[in-house]
Design a protein around this ligand. Sequence first.
Ligand code: HAM
Length: 420
Amino acid sequence: MYQAPRGTRDFTPEEMQKRQYVEENIRSTFQSFGYQEIQTPTFENLKLFTAKSGETIIDEIYSFTDKGGRDLALRPELTAPVIRFYVDKLQMRPKPLKLFYFGNCYRYDRPQKGRYREFRQAGCEIIGVDTPEAYAELIALSYTILEKLGLKNIQLNIGNLRILDCLFKKYKLTKKQQKYITPLIDKSQYTDLQDALKDFNLSDKNSKEFIEALQLSNINKLQGYIEINGNIEKEISKQKQIMNLLRDSFDIKNYHFKLGIVRGLDYYTDIVFEIEAPELGAEKQLCGGGGYELIRLFGGKETPTAGFAIGFDRTILALETEGYIFPTSRLDAYVIPVNKEMISKSLQIAQQLRKQGCIIDVDLMRRGIGKSLKYANSRNSKKAIIVGPDELKQNSVTIRDMETGEQKLVEIKNILEYIK
Ligand code: HAM
C-alpha cells in the first residue's frame, strides 16, 4: 500500500468543500480592498530563495537538480516569487500595485498538528507605498479576512524592526548575536534568551531591561528603554499613527504593540505583524507579514514593499476549533430512471436542469429505485426526480422531497419551480 509522503495530506470531498468556501471568502475580501489576483510557478530557481537568506535555507526547503542540471526549489513562500515577477514584468504598472495570491508552499519542517511539509497560503503584497495609512489598511485587511471568515478568538500583535534595531544597538549586540537570539525572541523563550545575553556579557540589570522592553505593550513607555532621537521619533510616531488608524478608521481595537515580534524570514525591515489564534496551541500563528526589502536585491528599481500571508490550513483548524459550522453545498436533485428505457430521458432532464443552474446528479449504475434513493440520501440530495413510463406518458415525473418523503407528480416543463 502506498501512502502520501510525510507532512502531506489528501483532502476528502467534505474537506474540499470547506477549503473552497474559505478560499472564496478570502478572495472576495482581497478584492473588496482593491487587490488583484496573480499566480506564480510552484517551483523557482533555488537562487531566488538563497539570495537573501544564504545557503543555510537549503536545509529547510525542498531543493533539487532537474534533468537539465538546473538548481530548483519548491517555493517555501510566495513573497520572493512575487517580487521576482514584479521586477521582471510588472515594474511599469501604476502604483500602488496591490496583488494577492493563493498557493501551496513546501518546507522541510518537522510535521505536527498545524505544521505540514505541504501547506497552502493566501497572501498579498502591496508595492510602491509605505505611508501609515497603507500599513494600517494592510494590517486591517489581514484582520478583516479572518474576522469575515467567522473567527472570534484572534489576537493581533504589531512590532517594528527599526525600533527593535535601536534596542539591539543600545546593548551593542553584533549582527551574529542578533541572529542567534532572534529565534528565541520569536518564540518568547525568555529563559534561554537570558542565558544567551549573559554569554554576551550583558549585566543582569541590562538583560532584565532588554527582556522587559521586548514585552512592552505600551508604546509610550519605550522612552524608558531606548534613546529617542530624530529617526526613532519618526518611527514611533508612524507606529502610533498606524495603531490610531486601525482603531478609529477600521474599528479594530484588539491589537497590541509588541517589540518582540521579529518574524522568521530575513527580508523584513520595517513594521511587522502577526495574528494568532491562542486556542491552537503551539502552531497558533495564522498570519504573518510586514514591510520588507527584496526589489533591489532582485535587480529592480527600489520602491517600498509590504505584505502578509495567512496559513490556510491553520485558519481552517482555528475555525473548526471554534466550532464553526461550514456551509455545505448539496445536490439540488438526483435523477432516477426506473428502467433502461428511461435512461435517455433522465439524462436529458438532468442536463436541462444543469443548464438552468441546478446541481444535479443522475443514476449511472442502473440500480432500482430503493437503492438509488438510498444513494441520493447519502449524497445529501434535496430532491429525487423519478422518471417512469406511466408518468412520462403524461409528460411528467415524480419529485420526492428527500427530507419529508412527500411525493408529487410534476410536469417536466415545471420541474425547476419544484427543485429551486
Ligand atoms: P510566514 O510567517 O513564514 O510568512 O508564513 C505565513 C503563514 O503561513 C504562517 O503564519 C502560518 O500560518 C503558515 N505556515 C507557515 N509554515 C507552515 C507550515 N509548515 N504548515 C502550515 N502552515 C504554515 C511568509 O511566508 C511571508 N511570505 C509572509 C509575507 C508576505 N510577508 C510579506 N509578504
